[in-house]
Unconditional design. Sequence first.
Length: 145
Amino acid sequence: MRPDLRRVRPAELLALLAAVVAAVALFLPWYEFGGVRRDAWNALTVAEIPVALAAVLAFALVTATAYQRSPSLPVSLAVWTTSVALIATIAIAVRALAPPAGAAERCYGLWLALAAVVGIVIAGWGSMSDERPYWSARPGGGSPA
């Protein structure tokens, strides 16, 4: 089965962009400890896991939308993506307000991750609520040949 990229709507494109930013942000500096900058994997214990899971689910949402003819899997993935990204947003916001012990400074990776998971929440919500036909659908119900 080949993907049909005409099925991907603006919400899914936002999910893809935010997922890429979230995935990259996990490897950027989040905190500074005594002059040494640490990424999310080295600075945190579990708060980075919801961010990684939200990014994976956002990628899965875009993939399912492009490959599936039926909207059932993309809609269920949109629900899961939104839920997990909301949990990730809360986890990152808590870690932004209360950094780990010994952290002297918050770095740009933390803020990029926070923006990315908020983007994934918005994209997932938009994907769930967007009832417009795919870009390839013709008005009146017919699809292009």
